[in-house]
Design a protein around this ligand. Structure first.
Ligand SMILES: [Zn+2]
Length: 150
């Protein structure tokens, strides 16, 4: 199925969120790899949609030495128990610790609890947009199209 993928400003944290827009059916998915915000609009029947939205409380990027990764959008406040579960997982031998990170998002602020998020992680949406436009150029008539980069 045809979809357009592009970045837009996250309505929750203001950084860059990624959109997967199935323009033919009206289905749409938004995920923010910075704060964990997620939105989905699924087609259930013709002209009928199911909308789900979760505010982000942070993100957890777990990468195994095999290169296989698991990305978690945290949808409830991070408790001490959850932190402990993440830390225990990070200690395992098959985990590529250098590429893992855990960030919490609380009351409008980001807190890096473990690891080093990507460079793009820290950019405001405008900075991100500028970087993508410098890198890939601006497609006249499609200025809204901003590339996706984690
Ligand atoms: Zn966000």
């Amino acid at each position: 199925m045809a979809s357009l993928m592009y970045a837009q400003q996250c309505i929750h944290c203001g950084r860059s969120a990624f959109v997967d827009n199935y323009y033919k059916t009206g289905a749409k998915y938004i995920k923010c790899y910075r704060c964990g915000y997620s939105y989905s609009k699924k087609v259930t029947k013709t002209d009928s949609f199911e909308v789900k939205e979760f505010l982000g409380y942070g993100v957890y990027n777990l990468v195994k030495k095999t290169g296989h990764g698991e990305f978690t959008f945290i949808q409830s406040p991070i408790t001490d128990q959850l932190k402990e579960e993440f830390y225990l997982e990070l200690l395992k031998d098959d985990v590529d610790k250098e590429n893992c990170y855990l960030v919490s998002y609380e009351s409008g602020s980001f807190y890096v609890l473990f690891g080093t998020p990507t460079e793009n992680f820290y950019l405001t949406f405008d900075q991100y947009k500028e970087k993508m436009e410098e890198k890939y150029g601006v497609d006249n008539g499609n200025e809204w199209f901003i590339a996706i980069e984690h």
